[in-house]
Design a binder for this molecule. Structure first.
Ligand SMILES: [Cu+2]
Length: 80
């Protein structure tokens, strides 16, 4: 969920080498949380109110950060 106070949950766990589909469900319109950045997977995306699908394949285990357009709200993708 993407809510006015940030991401819920803040952390998601996935497995290395397996394609990931992350759904960002945005509960409101506008705000800087409308822009999603996941630098490590070259993702920059406008999020609309409702469901937004992001797809990538993490090749290596590690902890990768995603954040809003202004770097105010964060979450982590934990790749195991
Ligand atoms: Cu922000």
């Amino acid at each position: 969920m993407v809510e006015p106070f940030g991401y819920t949950p803040e952390n998601v766990k996935v497995k290395a080498g397996i394609p990931v589909q992350l759904h960002f469900q945005k509960s409101f319109s506008g705000g800087c949380l409308s822009y999603l950045i996941i630098e490590d997977f070259q993702i920059e995306k406008d999020l609309d109110k409702g469901d937004n699908l992001v797809e990538f394949t993490p090749e290596k285990p590690g902890i990768y950060t995603f954040h809003c357009g202004m770097n105010m709200y964060f979450g982590k993708i934990i790749v195991e």
